[in-house]
Write a protein that binds this ligand. Structure first.
Ligand SMILES: [Zn+2]
Length: 708
C-alpha cells in the first residue's frame, strides 16, 4: 500500500579500498573530463545524465567531499568573531558539489543500478560516514557554532534563521560532539560499520529478489490473471531465455501480488509466497540475518553512548511521537479492533476455501486468493476490472489535473531533458501564471536494476540562500511495464501509490523556504508521510475518478456502478491490510526498544515479537526482518509506525476538504501555505494546527479503516 520515502543520504565507513576489477577507481584523473564536475549546462541545471557514465560518480563524490573539507577549514580559519552569517550560513552553503553529485548518484543507484554503481555504493558508504563525522565531530567548528548559539538572545534573527541555528546546534549534539575522545572514536567506528552493513543489506535483498523465478508451464495455473499481466509474464519468460509456452513470475510486486490473487494452483502459490517471505533468510551468501543483527547491536550501542536507554528513545526525541510510549499508545489503540476485523476476514476466507472443497486450514498463500473470491461474492466486484480505467498515463494525468484544480499547477512534458533511463518522463511544473516551479522526473516501471517499492527523492532541494534554487524531484515506482499487447494498466492500489509519491513530490516542489536543510521533505519522519498519504484520499472519490478514469481502449468514463462498488468496498480487507502493516511496525519497535546491545537471533526474535502481539498465523508482517529495508537500509528505524502516525493527520486533514468541497481552492491554498511550503521550518504539530486550527482527531482514521 505504501511507499518508502528516502532522503538520498549515503550513509557511512570502512576501507577506502580500490576495486580495479570493475574499474571503478580507474577514472580518477582529469576532473575536467568528468561531466559531474563541469558546469551542468543543461535545461534547469539538471544532472547531465546523457553524459554521465557510472564510473564518473566515485571520483566526483570524492572531489565534492574534498571541496567541502576546504570550505569547513575556511570557516574555522576565519579570524572574525563567529556570526550567524560567517558560521551557520557558511556551513549551510558548504558542500554544494558533494550534495548534488551524491543526490544524482543516490537516485541512479536506487532506480537504475549496475555493477559499477553498486560497487561505488559500497566504497562510498564508509567514506561518506567518515566525512560526515569529520564535520560533526569537529571541535573547532562546533566551538564557533556554540558561540553563535549561546549569544542567540542578542542576535536579530528571523524565525527561519533561529530554527536553522537551533537545528544545526542540535545536530552536532546528537552526532556526539560532547562525548569524550574515546567515545567519539568508538562512535566513528560504529557509524562506519553501520554504513557498510546497510549497503550490504540492500544489495543482498536486490540479489535475492532478482534470483527467484517461478516458471509456469500450464496456462490453467494462471486462472483469472488479467490478460495484461499474463502477457507480461510471457515476455519475462522470453527475456529470461525460456523457449517454451510458459510464463515467468518474479518477486517484484506487479508479478507476485496478482499471482497470489489469481492462481488456483495452491502449490505454486506456496512456492511464490515462500520465495518472497524467505528473502534474506536462506542461509546463503545473500543472507541478511547476521547483517541485521549487527545493525541492531550497533544502534543499541550508539544509543547507550549517547545516554539513551535504547535506539528508539534516541531517535524519537526528534519525532512528533517524542517517545516509545506514545508510539505504542497509538499502535495499541488500533491493534485490537484491527485484529478483530482480520479474524472475521479469516473466517470468511476459510469458508470460501471450504466451499472450494479444499481440506485443512487457510494458509498465508491462500489469503489473497480467497480474498478475491470473497470480494467477488460480496461486492460483485473484481479488483482487476479496474485496470483498463487506470492506464498509467491516465492516472498520471489525473493527479496532474487534481494538482491543477487544487493549486493551479501546470505540467508540461519536456523531451529535451537528460534522463537516466529511456522509460523516464520529465515534466516542467509551473504556477498558474506560468512561472517556473520545479522539474519532475517520473520513472514508472519495474526492472531488475531498480530496487523494490516506490519512492521520491530530490536531485536538487529548494532554497534561497545565495539566490533562488528551484527543486528537481523524482518519483519512482515498480509498476508493470507495457507489453506488445497492452499498455501499463494499474490496479487501484498501484494508482494510489502514484498519488502517494506525487504527494511527496509536491512537498518537495512547493517548498518555499530560505535554507535547503529546512526545505521540502527534510522534516520529521512521522510528519513526512502526511502530505503523501493525504493525496491517496482523493483517488477513490467519485468526483475525482470521473476526471481521469477512462477506459484505455474505448475512452469510456468509468461507469457509475463501478464507482459505487469502489465506494462500497472501501473498507474491504482492511483488517488484513492494517494488521500486516502494524505487525511490521511492532517488529520495528521491538528491535529498537531493546535495552541491551547483545546479538539477536532474528528468526527467534521475530517469532517472539509476533507471538507477543498475537499475530495470526495466516498473516506475516508486511516486511519480515530479513527484507525490512525501510528499517535496515532506509531511514525508518523506530519509524515504521510513521505511516500510521501521519495517517491520523491525513485523515483529519482530508476532513477539512470534505467540510467544504473536495476541490476547494481556499482550503488547498491554506494547506499549501501552512504545510506544503513550510518544510521543517517549524515542528509538525505547530504546522498542522496552523492549517487546521486545532490538533488532529483520531476518529476520521478509525472510520476510514472501518475500525470504529
Ligand atoms: Zn511515503
Amino acid at each position: 500500500m505504501k511507499c518508502q520515502y528516502r532522503a538520498t543520504l549515503l550513509v557511512a565507513v570502512m576501507l577506502a579500498g580500490c576495486t580495479d576489477d570493475i574499474g571503478v577507481s580507474t577514472r580518477t584523473g582529469a576532473p575536467s573530463a568528468n561531466p559531474l564536475l563541469q558546469d551542468w549546462d543543461t535545461p534547469f541545471g539538471v544532472p547531465p545524465f546523457d553524459r554521465i557514465e557510472s564510473d564518473h560518480y566515485l571520483p566526483a563524490i570524492r572531489v565534492g567531499m574534498a571541496e567541502q573539507k576546504d570550505e569547513i577549514a575556511a570557516i574555522i580559519a576565519n579570524p572574525d568573531e563567529p556570526t550567524f552569517a560567517n558560521t551557520i550560513e557558511a556551513l549551510e552553503s558548504s558542500g554544494r558539489t558533494y550534495a548534488k553529485v551524491r543526490n544524482a548518484f543516490g537516485a541512479v543507484n536506487s532506480a537504475h543500478s549496475d555493477d559499477i554503481t553498486k560497487e561505488t555504493a559500497k566504497i562510498i558508504a564508509p567514506e561518506s560516514s567518515a566525512h560526515r563525522d569529520d564535520i560533526r565531530l569537529n571541535a573547532s567548528l562546533f566551538e564557533r557554532i556554540k558561540q553563535v548559539y549561546d549569544g542567540r538572545g542578542d542576535l536579530d534573527l528571523d524565525a527561519q534563521q533561529r530554527r536553522l541555528l537551533e537545528e544545526t546546534y542540535k545536530t552536532f549534539l546528537r552526532s556526539g560532539i560532547n562525548l569524550d575522545g574515546a567515545s567519539q572514536v568508538r562512535l566513528r567506528d560504529i557509524n562506519a560499520e553501520r554504513a557498510t552493513l546497510t549497503t550490504a543489506f540492500r544489495e543482498n535483498l536486490l540479489n535475492e529478489t532478482n534470483d527467484f523465478e517461478l516458471l509456469v508451464t500450464d496456462r490453467a495455473d494462471l486462472g483469472d490473471l488479467p490478460v495484461s499481466l499474463v502477457a507480461l509474464a510471457a515476455e519475462e519468460a522470453e527475456r529470461r531465455g525460456h523457449e517454451c509456452e510458459c510464463w515467468a513470475f518474479t518477486l517484484q510486486r506487479p508479478s507476485i501480488n496478482p499471482f497470489l490473487q489469481y492462481s488456483p494452483n495452491r502449490e505454486l502459490r506456496k512456492k511464490m509466497y515462500d520465495g518472497y517471505a524467505m528473502r534474506g533468510d536462506n542461509d546463503n551468501d545473500a543472507d541478511n540475518k547476521e547483517t541485521l543483527s549487527r545493525i541492531v547491536q550497533l544502534r543499541a550501542e550508539r544509543a547507550a553512548l549517547m545516554g539513551f536507554r535504547n535506539h528508539a528513545e534516541f531517535v524519537l526525541t526528534e519525532r512528533m511521537a517524542e517517545r516509545p510510549e506514545l508510539v505504542y499508545e497509538l499502535l495499541d489503540r488500533i491493534w485490537a479492533p484491527a485484529l478483530r476485523v482480520a479474524k472475521e476476514e479469516r473466517a470468511a476466507r476459510q469458508e470460501m476455501m471450504d466451499a472450494d472443497g479444499i481440506d485443512g486450514a487457510l494458509q498465508g498463500w491462500d489469503w489473497r486468493y480467497y480474498t478475491e473470491k470473497v470480494r467477488k461474492a460480496e461486492y460483485d466486484f473484481d479488483d482487476e476490472e479496474l485496470r483498463p480505467y487506470f492506464e498509467v498515463n491516465a492516472v498520471r494525468d489525473g493527479v496532474f489535473e487534481l494538482a491543477n484544480r487544487l493549486f493551479g499547477l501546470r505540467f508540461e512534458r519536456r523531451t529535451d531533458i537528460p534522463r537516466w533511463h529511456p522509460d523516464q518522463q520529465v515534466f516542467e511544473v509551473s504556477e498558474a501564471d506560468g512561472s517556473h516551479i520545479a522539474i519532475l522526473y517520473m520513472d514508472f516501471f519495474a526492472r531488475e536494476s531498480k530496487r523494490g517499492g516506490a519512492w521520491m527523492n530530490a536531485l536538487r532541494t529548494q532554497s534561497k540562500l545565495g539566490g533562488d534554487v528551484t527543486p528537481i524531484v523524482t518519483n519512482n515506482f515498480n509498476f508493470p511495464a507495457p507489453t506488445a499487447e497492452s499498455p501499463s494498466l494499474l490496479s487501484l492500489g498501484e494508482a494510489s501509490i502514484l498519488f502517494h509519491e506525487f504527494g511527496h513530490a509536491l512537498h518537495g516542489m512547493l517548498s518555499d523556504v530560505t535554507y535547503r536543510s529546512l526545505a521540502g521533505t527534510g522534516t520529521s519522519r512521522d510528519f513526512v508521510e502526511f502530505p503523501s498519504q493525504v493525496m491517496e484520499n482523493w483517488i477513490s472519490e467519485p468526483e475525482v475518478l470521473r476526471l481521469f478514469a477512462r477506459h484505455y481502449q474505448t475512452g469510456e468514463v468509468i461507469p457509475e456502478d463501478t464507482i459505487e462498488k469502489i465506494t462500497a468496498s472501501r473498507t474491504f480487507n482492511q483488517g488484513f491490510a492494517t494488521v500486516e502493516y502494524m505487525a511490521a511496525s511492532y517488529l520495528d519497535m521491538a528491535f529498537h526498544t531493546r535495552d541491551s546491545s547483545e546479538a539477536v537471533d532474528p528468526r527467534a526474535f521475530e517469532d517472539a515479537a509476533m507471538a507477543d502481539i498475537g499475530l495470526l498465523d495466516e498473516i506475516i508482517p508486511r516486511y519480515r526482518s530479513t527484507y525490512f529495508s525501510h528499517i535496515f537500509a532506509g531511514g525508518y528505524s523506530a519509524g515504521y509506525y510513521s505511516y500510521l502516525w501521519s495517517e491520523v493527520l491525513d485523515a483529519d486533514a482530508f476532513q477539512a476538504f470534505k467540510e467544504t468541497s473536495l476541490l476547494d481552492t481556499d482550503t488547498a491554498a491554506r494547506y499549501r501555505e501552512h504545510i506544503l511550503s513550510k518544510g521543517n521550518t517549524r515542528p509538525g504539530m505547530e504546522l498542522y494546527i496552523n492549517f487546521r486550527g486545532r490538533p488532529p482527531l483520531i476518529e476520521p482514521l478509525l472510520e476510514r479503516r472501518g475500525l470504529n
